[in-house]
Design a protein around this ligand. Structure first.
Ligand SMILES: NC(=O)c1ccc[n+]([C@@H]2O[C@H](COP(=O)([O-])OP(=O)(O)OC[C@H]3O[C@@H](n4cnc5c(N)ncnc54)[C@H](OP(=O)(O)O)[C@@H]3O)[C@@H](O)[C@H]2O)c1
Length: 261
């Protein structure tokens, strides 16, 4: 299938590693011009060089802390300067810290709100004038917690639902501009984030991280964690003109892990 992504401009947030990097890699190999961003400048430039070597489109990068409004404004300006108007916005971020309700204080609630919800609101606001010109795609990366709350991860359970609601509302509001908005929810994909959460559980229980992984994999019908590329393929399809009648939906990429519909 021709995804018709040639020469589209994609801004992929939080893309120096993990899911964001895998999404950026696939989009750039499909002919998109891709803007990478994250905070660590050295890791960002290294990811840019790695992706550019295999890309058919241009790969640029610009550092940004997505919890800072001024950084987002500068990121969109840099995207215009280096690549042109944005056709595709992939909203992604680092994950919030683990913990139950009684572990989280006011300041940490505020930080997670800024990282995992307000950043997406601001990114969409900043990219909207571009997207309204020609139509486009907004894809929000969330978590399996939109279907099934994850024990010990209350900040994700709360703010991913906010992002899900934002995506569904905007699919309705922005359809008039041919902007399609979708949510994609990873289950357990092998990245540093997954390792961090498994290590947290292992430390709490006094067992090895390998034991935690083995137990978690047994609960996944496909019997293993996913690879970032497997997640990125779904996002790449949704980002493409080939997904022209898919909007307002939330798609799990979880190997069947979530038990409900
Ligand atoms: N992997 C999974 O199975 C899974 C499952 C459910 C949900 N998720 C969620 O999906 C998202 C991506 O996960 P991942 O596994 O790819 O995580 P990851 O491997 O830890 O990568 C996170 C990326 O976000 C960047 N980042 C973090 N804070 C940022 C900030 N304030 N401003 C800009 N960039 C920032 C990081 O770069 P810098 O640190 O250099 O900024 C890095 O590029 C997270 O929200 C995670 O919770 C993942």
């Amino acid at each position: 299938m021709d995804l018709q992504l040639q020469d589209k401009v994609a801004l992929v947030v939080a893309s120096s590693k993990g899911l964001g990097k895998a999404i950026a890699a696939q989009l750039s190999q499909e002919g998109c011009h891709v803007m990478l961003t994250s905070r660590d400048v050295a890791r960002l430039e290294s990811a840019r060089q790695e992706l550019q070597a295999k890309a058919t489109g241009k790969v640029a990068c610009h550092p940004c802390d997505i919890t800072k409004a001024a950084d987002i404004t500068a990121l969109v300006a840099a995207t215009h300067e280096k690549l042109g108007a944005i056709d595709i916005l992939i909203n992604n971020a680092g994950g919030p810290p683990g913990g139950n309700f009684e572990d989280i204080d006011d300041a940490v609630w505020q930080q997670a709100f800024e990282l995992n919800l307000l950043s997406c609101v601001r990114m969409i606001d900043a990219a909207l004038p571009d997207l309204k010109q020609k139509g486009g795609r907004i894809i929000n990366v969330t978590s399996s917690s939109i279907k099934q709350p994850i024990p010990g991860l209350i900040l994700s359970n709360v703010f991913r639902m906010g992002l899900l609601g934002l995506g569904k509302s905007l699919a309705n509001e922005l359809a008039q501009y041919n902007i399609l908005v979708n949510t994609v929810a990873p289950g357990r994909i092998s990245t540093d984030r997954t390792l961090y959460l498994d290590q947290l559980k292992a430390d709490k229980r006094g067992v090895s991280v390998e034991q935690v992984e083995t137990e978690a994999q047994k609960l996944i019908p496909l019997g293993r964690y996913g690879e970032p590329e497997e997640f990125a393929r779904m996002v790449t399809f949704l980002a493409s003109p080939a997904s022209s009648y898919v909007s307002g939906t939330a798609i799990m990429v979880d190997g069947g892990m979530v038990k409900g519909f």
